[in-house]
Structures are given as C-alpha cells and as structure tokens.
Design a protein around this ligand. Structure first.
Ligand code: ZN
Length: 439
C-alpha cells in the first residue's frame, strides 16, 4: 500500500460539526474571531463548473476574469482541479458492518434537531448497516436533556445511549463571559450534582466540546482552560458515577498553521476561515492537548475517551505514548478515517496494538454512503478510495486505503470496548439479542 500515491480532488462545501461548523450553536457561542491571516475564498468565475458552495458563487459575469480552468493554456485553480483517477484496482462491495456496531460519537440534536422523520430514516440506516446502538453526545442538561431523552427513548430506548453536557453559560449572557454560570463559586460541585441526577435518569456519560480550551472565555477575556482546577469536581464526579468523559480537545494540526499555500487543508480553511486556530489569540495544539492530558492524569479513577484520536491523528506515535502513560485514556476514531487511511500501514499497527483502547465513532448521523465507507476502510484492503461522499473531499484533498483489520480487533473496536466502558451498552446489546462476549 502506498499512501503517498493518493489522488488530489476538489470543490464545494461541508460543515463537519466536530471540525467546527459556523451553523452549530456551540460555535455561535464561541465568538472566535477569524484570524487576520485567513485567506478569503477566491471568487468563482460565472462560467465555472457548478459548485454546491453557494459562498463561492457571488461573482457577476461582467467582472469575471478569465476562468482558471486549466484549458487552452490558462492556469488552473485548486477549486476547479477535479482529477478523475485512472487507477484500476479491486473494489469491495460492502453493504453492512461485519460485526455488531456501537457508534459512540453521534449528534442527534445538532444534526437532526429532533425531527422525527429524520430519526426514523436514520434508524432504518442503522438497521441496514448493523449499528445496534448509537451514542448521542447532545444530551445537555435540565429541560433540554428531558426533551432529548423523550426524542430518542420514547420508542427506541434500546437503540440509543445519551451523554450529557456541561452548561457553562447557564443564565448568563452569551456575549458576557463574566456573567456565565461557570464563574460563580461552587460551579463544579453544582454540575456534579446535576450529573448525578442525569445518571439517575439513565444518562451514560459526559461529552465536553472543543470550545473548552479554544472558545469559551473566562471573565478576563482569556480562554477557559481545560485543566482549570475549578472543573476538577466535575471530572471526579464522573469517576464516582461510573460514567466516561468523552472529550474533544484541539482540532486537526493544520488548523493551527497559517492558512497559506503550504497548508494541506487550505482548500477547506479558505472556505471556512473561522475554523482556523492560527494566531497569537490561540494556544498551540500542543498546549491544548497537554492541558487535557493533565486532567486525565489528575483523575485516574475517571475514564476518558479523547475524541478524534485525541487530536493526534497526524502523529500516532504520540497517541501511543499517551495510551501507554494513561491507563484511563481511550480514543474514538470519529471523522478521522481521512487521516488514518492515508497512513494505512502505521494506522493498522496502531489499531491492532491498541485494539482494547479504541472505539468506533462516526460523528454522524451521516448519509448512509459515509457509514459504508467506515466499514470498507476498517474491513477491506481496498486501495485509493474516497473517505467521504462529498466532492471535494471535505477534510483534505486525498484518498484513503483500507486497513483489513483482523476480526478480533474489529469486534473490540465495533462494540466490545464500548460495552465495557459505557454504562447501558451491554444491557442494550443483550436486550437486542446481540452476542457481545468481551472475550
Ligand atoms: Zn462530534
């Protein structure tokens, strides 16, 4: 397998929630300023190929420069470069996961907005794909938690598990961080009590969004720190309550680099300049991840699932060091098959070695095509295929290669680790009649 022989593709739009979506309410609260170095989207000539990206269709025909379409000796814009691979290689036809799946990373509020038809449609896709249980990370707290439970559990309690979220803002005003609930003494203890109530109602974990460390502001305007001791009662409570903390910290390494011609995610960042975390107003990725790791180290009785390979998807040797160092640390692979699949030899060794510590997540609900790509990536040895149904590929202009993981590794990543780590999963699998012997 030769990951360097990947094929570049191009064009269009995507809002990947965990890579930062301007439409997400989490993002709206952040008020992260666009970095001064961010490059605005280049305008698209009126006669260019149609694009799904409405942001780029704002040029009037009168002012259109010659199209950078690469024809008749003209230059070619990266936005128009849409090569069709000539490679002829075997193509597996995967229709469903080989073993029962627990998807530990999904967003049933932020993506479905409590739309019943969308939920029914996705349940049908879960059935076709062999996804037995999905973990919704959007439970929040209080009344919002009750309505999310009602949405997912009224008819399908066995198919969904719910994680709560910390309510940092409370009754405070979004634009005034000094007024946020987290600034008042005892916030950690009060949140711990709310979590205990939520667990009594059936909640199975706590999800922490990446805005902790990159978006939420302290009273003095600086960023709230992940390892601020004020939050320690929350992490400790999760350990006592026996629920894992699924924490998203950081983002792809390229998002912390200048948005210039050397940035391997330029195409994506140029369309979403507010996804960049480059500049003096942000910490480095290493600083963010070190703060997260200090929390993991301080709370050995609490199980942590670091989302998206713990934001070390570009550097699996470092992720391996963390797993060796912190026995209470686990990783999910949600929305990172683009990275794992361009280093298939390294990724395969990593997932086999740490098969007990990695969980399947998709960051969905996605169109069904995306689910099929996950199974194809993990189960087959196919070369050079798209990691997304979208054009251009939304997280880097390359293709991926399958890992062909052994069956015992697939079973662990697909459901056995989740059944051990997340309360309520094993019971649901049993109720659904799914064999899930952890051995
Ligand atoms: Zn997510």
């Amino acid at each position: 397998m030769n990951p360097t022989g990947t094929t570049a593709l191009i064009l269009s739009v995507v809002a990947v929630l965990c890579v930062g979506s301007p439409s997400s309410p989490q993002r709206a609260v952040a008020q992260v300023p666009a970095p001064p170095t961010a490059t605005p989207p280049t305008t698209t000539p009126a006669n260019a190929a149609p694009s799904a990206d409405a942001e780029n269709s704002n040029e009037s025909p009168d002012t259109a420069a010659p199209p950078l379409d690469g024809e008749d000796g003209r230059e070619l814009s990266v936005r128009l470069f849409t090569p069709r691979p000539q490679l002829i290689v075997p193509r597996s036809d995967i229709r469903r996961a080989r073993f029962p799946v627990v998807d530990v990373h999904t967003h049933f509020f932020y993506k479905l907005r409590h739309n019943q038809q969308a939920l029914d449609d996705y349940l049908a896709a879960m059935d076709r794909n062999g996804i037995q249980v999905s973990v919704s990370l959007d439970g929040r707290l209080g009344d919002q938690l009750d309505s999310h439970m009602n949405f997912l559990w009224r008819e399908h309690r066995n198919r969904f598990v719910i994680f709560a979220n910390i309510d940092w803002q409370g009754e405070g005003r979004a634009e005034d961080p000094a007024s946020w609930a987290c600034q008042r003494p005892g916030f950690g203890e009060r949140t711990a009590e709310q979590l205990a109530d939520a667990v009594a109602k059936g909640v199975s974990g706590l999800k922490v969004f990446k805005l902790l460390g990159l978006g939420y502001r302290d009273a003095d305007g600086s960023l709230l720190q992940i390892d601020d001791p004020r939050w320690d009662p929350i992490w400790a409570a999760c350990g006592r309550l026996g629920i894992p903390v699924l924490i998203h910290s950081g983002d792809p390494a390229a998002f912390f680099e200048p948005v210039d011609r050397y940035n391997e995610r330029w195409e994506e960042l140029s369309r979403h300049p507010d996804w960049s975390f480059h500049g003096p107003q942000f910490p480095s990725l290493q600083e963010v991840l070190a703060a997260r790791n200090r929390v993991v180290a301080r709370h050995p009785q609490t199980q942590f699932i670091a989302a998206h390979i713990g934001s070390s998807e570009h550097d699996l040797a470092t992720a391996a060091q963390w797993l060796d160092q912190y026995p209470n640390l686990h990783l999910d692979i949600a929305s990172r098959i683009n990275e794992l699949g361009r280093q298939p030899t390294t990724a395969r060794k990593f997932l086999i070695r740490y098969a007990d510590r990695v969980l399947l997540g998709t960051d969905g609900p996605w169109p069904e095509q995306r689910l099929l790509i996950y199974w194809r990536f993990l189960e087959t040895a196919d070369d050079a295929f798209d990691y997304s149904e979208k054009t251009p590929p939304p997280q880097g202009l390359w293709q991926i290669h399958g890992l062909e993981l052994p069956d015992d590794v697939l079973r662990k990543i697909y459901h056995q680790n989740a059944a051990k780590l997340i309360p309520g999963i094993a019971e649901r699998l049993s109720a659904l009649g799914v064999p899930h012997d952890p051995n």
